[in-house]
Design a binder for this molecule. Structure first.
Ligand SMILES: [Zn+2]
Length: 344
């Protein structure tokens, strides 16, 4: 849809999934008007009805996946750790670091971990593969995350009839996003049911639930996207700071293994991503009492205040340079070629 191309699938496609394609495209077109509806040519196959009784759930050791694991109604049999999803599949060192946090959690939950390695993102997402059409923002997160995880669900369908994707967004911060309560379930087939779980709870509520029912598992919370070489979490990136504040607002002590060093709240405005997490900052600030967390509250106010004039000026200058380059670069290149030709 982003490239504006049609899709021919040689293998038979599940009737249920084939029927959901129009709805999936409707949702994405509503969110991203630059996309084009793609024509899908595929033979509808006979897919076995749900026969596998086991349930697998994506697990990264973070707040969302731990919350999902602790829901007694889901009856999860296996934790699925996907490698090649947040980091390139070639980085096996990062997989080892993730397992250092995930394995103790799995032991406490009395469940086994299955590691799935995939190069799917490396093949098809421009941020990993350096090819394909440009997308303003994070294409993988914004459009593809749920479909990507559902592809893994379909590979495991012989054994797992239900595949659970923990919700990434809280109800107050529900933006267009690749893994979404309206989208994930549509990737189900007749053999595997894809379930989006946990969309009803905000981050603070999830943390309260985790620390209430599995405080030892919370000790190994892994949320960081910075990949520090010697720790589970760096402690001071945007995601670490959002989680640390939510832990404090939930009234629990920060876990020692996950965050051994005190936070640097003053750094937060420098690493915050307002375009992506604006609603979550607003939610955190709403809960954050100045008397209890003055530094965090002050950092949040800075993040949410309008940018200073000089930051705007810098952005406009950058856009002007880009526009001038687009307008004049082809003419300049042609002139240089002509001049070189004349010298010869
Ligand atoms: Zn971090």
């Amino acid at each position: 849809m982003q490239a504006g191309e049609d899709l021919d699938v040689a293998a038979p496609v599940s009737p249920r999934l084939r029927g959901a394609v129009t709805r999936i495209q409707d949702i994405l077109l509503g969110w991203y008007p630059g996309f084009r509806r793609s024509r899908l040519t595929a033979r509808v196959g006979k897919d076995a009805a749900f026969s596998a009784i086991h349930t697998a759930a994506c697990f990264s050791g973070g707040v969302d996946s731990l919350y999902t694991q602790l829901d007694p109604n889901l009856k999860v049999d296996r934790l699925v750790l996907v490698h090649g999803f947040e980091n390139p599949v070639s980085r096996s060192d990062l997989l080892e670091t993730t397992l250092q946090a995930v394995e103790p959690q799995a032991r406490m939950l009395k469940r086994r971990v299955m590691v799935v390695k995939t190069n799917l993102r490396s093949l098809a997402d421009r941020s990993f593969s350096r090819w394909g059409p440009r997308f303003p923002g994070n294409f993988f997160g914004a459009c593809w995350l749920g479909g990507f995880l559902a592809a893994i669900a379909h590979c495991l369908r012989a054994e797992y009839g239900r595949f659970v994707i923990p919700a990434s967004l809280s109800p107050d911060a529900l933006n267009p996003y690749g893994s979404h309560p309206h989208l994930d379930g549509l990737w189900s087939s007749d053999a595997v049911q894809v379930i989006h779980h946990g969309a009803e709870a905000g981050r603070i509520e999830k943390i309260r639930s985790i620390t209430g029912s599995a405080p030892q598992a919370a000790e190994w919370l892994q949320v960081c996207e910075s990949n520090p070489p010697d720790r589970i979490n760096c402690g001071d990136c945007d995601k670490c700071l959002r989680t640390r504040l939510a832990l404090r607002l939930a009234g629990v002590k920060e876990p020692n293994h996950a965050f051994p060093v005190p936070p640097k709240w003053a750094r937060w405005p420098l690493v915050a991503d307002r375009a992506r997490w604006n609603r979550e900052y607003i939610e955190l600030l709403r809960w954050c009492a100045y008397e209890k967390e003055p530094q965090a509250a002050s950092a949040l106010e800075t993040i949410l205040s309008p940018p200073p004039w000089w930051r705007d000026l810098r952005r406009h200058s950058r856009n002007l340079v880009k526009m001038a380059a687009r307008l004049y670069a082809p003419g300049l290149a042609g002139w240089m070629l002509r001049e070189r030709h004349r010298e010869w």
